[in-house]
Design a protein around this ligand. Structure first.
Ligand code: SF4
Length: 244
């Protein structure tokens, strides 16, 4: 997924970048979560290690002051977003909302949250995400079986629960909304399954729906890249879709 650095680099700093990507432009990343504390253990995870702590519990790992102090060393001129991302799921940081507020007070750069979408059914997470200028939520299948195989979620996270959370959040979110659908061969690569997911997401009028094919081996090293051409019809059917 976006803006990940190698494990060694992640350990060095809670701030990283600037990173350039086709999807979000130039970003400075903030990692509010220790390495692979996550609500998913995705088969496609680019960090290539299993999740260390599989959890839905929110904790504060890094203080707002630490973030602001570290961020002072990074020039933000010409940066498109300050992104809450990193090597775990950023919405598991209990102080995410406070960090967003503090960034807004100090910087004019828009704040983006790159979330795996697993916690969007939680009311406190929805409230804090609304503070962000842009939010990216990943949602890769409406089918429970595919969702479970792909994301290997923490107990209590299901595709239907996440879909309901997306409905609640996205129908009234005023910022820029991005969705991501990760497609893995043999799990959710069937065009009709991807189309149903895209149809569901398109109703919320997102800025983009990115169909992402994991480019590097994940924790399941047998992953094969699905054929990009297969999904090109969706770019024509849905203006928001981009296939990567
Ligand atoms: S959401 Fe999935 S891909 Fe992202 S850090 Fe967690 S396990 Fe890795």
């Amino acid at each position: 997924m976006e803006n990940r650095l190698s494990l060694g680099e992640q350990k060095q700093s809670l701030i990283y970048g600037p990173v350039s990507s086709r999807r979000f432009g130039t970003t400075i990343g903030i990692s509010l979560i220790p390495l692979k504390v996550c609500s998913f253990d995705c088969v496609f995870c680019e960090l290539s290690v299993h999740t260390n702590v599989l959890t839905l519990e929110r904790h504060t790992y890094v203080s707002v002051n630490e973030v602001l102090k570290e961020l002072r060393n990074f020039p933000t001129q010409g940066v498109d977003y300050i992104a809450l991302s990193g090597a775990g799921e950023p919405t598991l940081a209990a102080n995410m909302g406070e960090v967003i507020d503090a960034l807004h007070q100090k910087y004019s750069v828009p704040v983006l949250v790159l979330s795996n979408g697993s916690t969007v059914f939680m009311k406190d997470v929805q409230e804090e995400l609304r503070k962000a200028d842009a939010v990216k939520l990943t949602f890769s299948s409406l089918k429970e079986e595919s969702f479970k195989r792909l994301n290997q979620p923490a107990e209590g996270v299901t595709a239907s629960k996440v879909a309901r959370g997306i409905e609640e959040f996205a129908s009234s979110y005023a910022g820029t909304l991005y969705f991501e659908v990760v497609v893995v061969k043999g799990i959710n690569d069937d065009l009709s399954e991807v189309r149903k997911t895209v149809e569901f997401l398109a109703q919320f009028k997102p800025y983009h729906i990115d169909i992402n094919r994991p480019a590097r081996p994940g924790t399941a090293r047998y992953l094969e890249l699905p054929d990009k051409e297969l999904y090109m019809p969706l770019e024509r059917e849905f203006p928001a879709v981009r296939v990567f």
